[in-house]
Design a protein around this ligand. Structure first.
Ligand code: 4GX
Length: 252
């Protein structure tokens, strides 16, 4: 997979992309990342990429010409899906990450300042994506978030394929609790079933606890999840319990 990024702060990318899973994936040739400085596509002596907004008001707007030149130049020899990171975009989720990972080439546009000239969107953007409803100072961290999430979906990047399949969200539920040594710590013991060696019982416990965690922390995910028999039984128990807690209605 090829991923390009356009930014006025290219130096933010390399240390992150050289580290850990992504660093190894790049060494192994599974992903190629090309980060380019938007200022290299300006034509004035001061390499300016912003200007005051037409119509007045505060804040600066990134000008269209460097973006359009840069995207067209980086797209030559590639035909990337072009993504603008911005708070106005559609919110990133696991389904979108998998969809982006299925594309052989992505080009990520990382803006700064308050805005980007609308004609950039019209001319060279295929899709606008947000990593969440809060405002950052630039699209660089969102691009790195996207690169990391997408890379994990590229076959071979995560060596243990089962850990991607097991990831929460891929199954539609949150993860079950995990424990490792020591068996007792500050008076808290590891659940006995996990030490039992009974793999079927352990699996049932994990399925039940995954559903319980999801009901407690992200109940909005439950209707969309594919539930196992153990989980359907747990859900029925949880519903019966919550029914029992309700005050009795007047009709009895
Ligand atoms: N998820 N930002 C982009 C500059 C900007 C403004 C308008 C294009 C259009 C963000 C987010 C985010 C702040 C990155 C504004 N670029 N990006 N930047 N949340 O807040 O993706």
């Amino acid at each position: 997979m090829w991923i390009g990024a356009l930014t006025i702060f290219p130096e933010l990318f390399e240390p992150f992309l050289a580290t850990s899973l992504i660093g190894r994936a790049r060494e192994r040739g599974l992903i190629a990342v090309e980060v380019r400085n938007l200022r290299d596509f300006t034509e004035d002596r001061h390499r300016v990429v912003d200007d005051e907004p037409y119509g007045g008001g505060g804040g600066m707007v990134m000008t269209a010409p460097p973006w359009v030149r840069a995207v067209r130049e980086l797209s030559a020899g590639h035909s990337p899906w072009r993504v603008l990171l911005s708070p106005q975009g559609r919110r990133l989720d696991d389904a979108k990450v998998q969809e982006l990972a299925s594309r052989p080439e992505l080009l990520l546009l990382c803006g700064r300042y308050e805005a980007i000239d609308e004609r950039v969107r019209e001319l060279v953007v295929d899709e606008e994506i947000s990593i969440g409803d809060y405002v950052l100072s630039g699209g660089e961290l969102p691009a790195l978030v996207l690169i990391e999430a997408v890379s994990r979906c590229v076959p071979g990047v995560v060596q243990q394929a089962s850990s991607v399949e097991r990831d929460s969200f891929r199954r539609g539920l949150l993860d079950h609790p995990h424990y490792t040594r020591p068996p007792a710590f500050e008076g808290l013991e590891v659940p006995e079933v996990l030490l039992s060696g009974d793999h079927a019982a352990i699996e049932r416990w994990r399925e039940r606890e995954a559903l319980r965690a999801t009901l407690a922390k992200r109940p909005d995910l439950v209707p969309g999840a594919a539930l196992s028999a153990e989980q359907r039984a747990e859900l029925a128990r949880a519903r019966a319990d919550s029914e029992a807690c309700k005050p009795r209605s007047g009709k009895g």
